[in-house]
Design a protein. Structure first.
Length: 301
């Protein structure tokens, strides 16, 4: 029985052009959860997910009132882990019960991810979060879309709750973890402390896979797979990609930092962390065939 980490992109809950109502999010989740319900019959499953739109909504709500205390970013990430974990659990519960599983074992784990306070990312914040303003706003940075809050995105060093996650998975649970890349924390002596940052959820998923000894990392996105010369006349999707070729394409600038870059980096990190590990980058609606090697971009050592 393989251990598979399925990292769901933001479009698993909110598709481009949608407002992001709860009704829309539940409806969108049916597509990946129906597939995951079938996959769980013969595999150990861990689900990770993004949270960009949901954190953005919470930040916008905070900005709309000066009467309430503003919560730090790590608290908002924790809130969305519970929020999205609940939505995934309910949708997956329903799909499993349709298939005759009367008492599904599903658990959402609130997840810390340790980062280094001296990570260079803290000197060069690059991750836009929250609402976009068309006019200058104090503490915000001008981006290609407008004035936004921009925060650091440090590399994940360790998934703190990896033992709990592994124990649950080995006991038959489908586990939801590392939501939004995890709650970023630093550890000073014998205490953890949250820090203002956002961790890439694919890099966190790869780190979790490394720590628990997963066999396969599935990164589910809006795209059918990995393309070179993306959105150019000579664009070409790749069915198969070796780590060596991926590194060479990186050097050519084929995988930008703000789009496919972190996904490829996560796949490389995961594959290089152990023997016989594979990764696949695919679309949300083709998770199952991609695991069988029939869709997406298969990434191998």
């Amino acid at each position: 029985m393989k251990t598979i980490i399925i990292a769901l992109g933001g479009n698993a809950l909110i598709k481009t052009g949608q407002r992001g109502t709860i009704k829309e999010q539940f409806e969108n989740l049916k597509v990946p959860m129906e597939q995951i319900a079938r996959l769980s019959r013969n595999n150990k499953i861990i689900i990770t997910h993004g949270n960009g739109p949901q954190v953005g909504h919470l930040l916008l709500q905070q900005e709309s009132s000066s009467k309430l205390p503003k919560m730090p970013l790590e608290i908002l990430v924790a809130e969305t882990q519970g929020q999205i974990g609940y939505m995934i659990e309910q949708t997956l519960d329903n799909e499993l019960m349709k298939k005759g599983v009367d008492h599904p074992l599903i658990s959402t784990v609130l997840t810390y991810v340790k980062v280094d306070r001296n990570d260079p990312a803290f000197k060069r914040p690059t991750k836009p979060v929250g609402p976009v303003y068309k006019t200058r706003k104090k503490g915000y940075v001008l981006t290609s879309k407008g004035w936004r809050k921009v925060v650091p995105s440090p590399k994940p060093i360790k998934i703190v709750e990896w033992r709990e996650i592994k124990t649950l998975v080995d006991s038959g649970f489908i586990v939801i973890a590392c939501g939004g890349g995890g709650i970023p924390v630093t550890k000073e002596r014998k205490s953890f402390e949250g820090i203002e940052a956002v961790i890439d959820k694919d890099l966190a998923s790869a780190k979790l896979g490394e720590q628990i000894g997963a066999d396969l990392l599935v990164i589910a996105t809006e795209e059918d797979g990995v393309a070179i010369d993306y959105q150019k006349p000579n664009q070409r999707f790749l069915k198969r990609l070796t780590v060596t070729d991926a590194i060479n394409y990186f050097k050519e600038g084929q995988f930008p930092e703000g789009s496919m870059g972190p996904k490829i980096e996560a796949a490389i990190n995961f594959i290089n962390s152990g023997d016989n590990r594979k990764a696949v980058i695919t679309s949300i609606d083709r998770i199952e065939p991609s695991i069988r090697g029939k869709a997406g971009t298969q990434i191998i050592k």
